[in-house]
Design a protein around this ligand. Sequence first.
Ligand SMILES: Cc1cc2nc3c(=O)[nH]c(=O)nc-3n(C[C@H](O)[C@H](O)[C@H](O)COP(=O)(O)OP(=O)(O)OC[C@H]3O[C@@H](n4cnc5c(N)ncnc54)[C@H](O)[C@@H]3O)c2cc1C
Ligand code: SF4
Length: 509
Amino acid sequence: MKKKLRLILGDQLNINHSWFSDSANDYIYLMMEIKDETNYVRHHIQKILAIFSAMRSFSDTLKVKNFNTIYIKIDDKKNEHSFKKNILRIAKENNIDSIEYQQPDEFRLDELFTKLQSSLNVEVKSVSSEHFLTSRNYVKEFFKDKKQWRMEEFYRHMRKEYSILLEGEKPIGGKWNYDADNRKRWNGDPKISKDFRPSHNCEKLLNTIKDEGIDYFGADSAENFRWPISRQESLKLLDDFIKNDLCHFGSFQDAMDDEKWRLFHSFISFSLNTKMLNPLEVIIKAQEAYHLKKLPLSSVEGFIRQILGWREYIRGVYWSQMPGYEKNNFFNHDRNMPKWYWTGETKLRCLSKSISQSLDNSYAHHIQRLMVVGNFSLLAGIDPKYIHQWYLGIYIDAFEWVELPNTLGMSQYADGGLLATKPYVSSAAYINKMSNYCSKCTYNYKEKIGDNACPFNSLYWNFFDRHRDKLSKNPRLGIVNSQLKKMDEIQKKAINKKANEYLDNIDFI
Ligand SMILES: Cc1cc2nc3c(=O)[nH]c(=O)nc-3n(C[C@H](O)[C@H](O)[C@H](O)COP(=O)(O)OP(=O)(O)OC[C@H]3O[C@@H](n4cnc5c(N)ncnc54)[C@H](O)[C@@H]3O)c2cc1C
Ligand code: SF4
């Protein structure tokens, strides 16, 4: 009997997909661990372990439910480490007459599978992944003819479209956005709850990855691995977050702490991006908690905005700009990444803490990514291509469709302002306001040019001075530009000199 093949990618672990509504036995479900995917960028070991472990767990679930499943492991002798070659072999061995795949989220894979359609002599068809709340082109259509794509406009539209936190047509509480209430520093109060931390023994898989010669970086010990690898664990993580942390999420969303670095963040991005969780179910659960548990509106709105607004918007930006978005470099930055991005060994305490934490845990929260690592990278003029590759490799949730617009667009302003109305940069004052990093730092956050002056301060002014031609007309930078204009020439010279000293010695600061 002729069979049909259905391909499941490592970030398509959605057991509620309509493919699995009945176990018709003329379908074979194919999953594979391949080096083409582990090696296209250098990855954090926890990301490889988490994806393979979650895939294996998903395949076990399918088998328990009697789906006919073929799973090619990374060390299988017949594994050819390429989607195309493995598919061709399985198709031949199993008398396959048609192939289906869920639309991939990355342009790279979308192109690969589109080409596959023309190179095979069986029918190849794509179906929706049934995960996102908008189609690939929705955001592009929404902003048709608009020069600037303001997330807020899109977000309000989505709130109405999905009837989220509404009273009739109006937002509950009278305001659409409580961002202004979400900027508190955390000084130890409220206490941080004990978070749900699934434990998995990945030792065998780790050894296999080593034996296969896959290049990786980051902490690989069992104590460091804390990621959910099944829908059940993902749901438990989400429920615990809603029960214990969501109430404080809003106020401390932008806060940073050198020890309690999780603060009140959810850790659900890996589960969402691998589709073990669905965005709408997360939003509905948070909305229910607002109504039933009377959680603060500013927290619930802030959390929902990230998923209903930012996540969908970012995906839309990605699909509207690909291919080619990854080549953007508005400021023509060309500096190499300092070596300490791979070790965390720098005297800049905010960076040392954020990078070491990322190397240990494959995680940093939004403001650490944006206002510490991203901020420094932009001020220092590092080539955005390297920064993109670093973010894509290091973070547990990094898949190109969400990582690239966040890194290149939001954080590095490399698209010249499609996504962000101004570059997200700051001096040390912001980092000191939002964290406890500065108090124990070698550098002095108040100084611009002294021996121990914080590098962020001189680099900040040097950045705006360097890029006057590109930024002096930006209406959102009025204050900075007028301060720069009024700045005493001798002081400006001294600041630029200090900045250049730091840049010349960037590997050793
Ligand atoms: C430079 C940079 C790179 C980033 N790269 C990624 C990435 O590769 N993958 C990724 O999922 N997120 C990325 N983000 C967004 C954000 O930092 C992470 O989603 C978040 O830190 C994940 O942790 P969490 O689940 O604890 O999130 P929480 O802070 O608890 O937020 C809840 C959820 O909101 C969503 N969300 C929040 N902000 C964004 C955003 N800007 N874009 C899309 N979704 C968002 C995520 O799904 C997240 O799980 C990046 C942000 C920056 C500034
Ligand atoms: S003083 Fe400067 S380098 Fe040190 S932690 Fe603060 S912002 Fe970072």
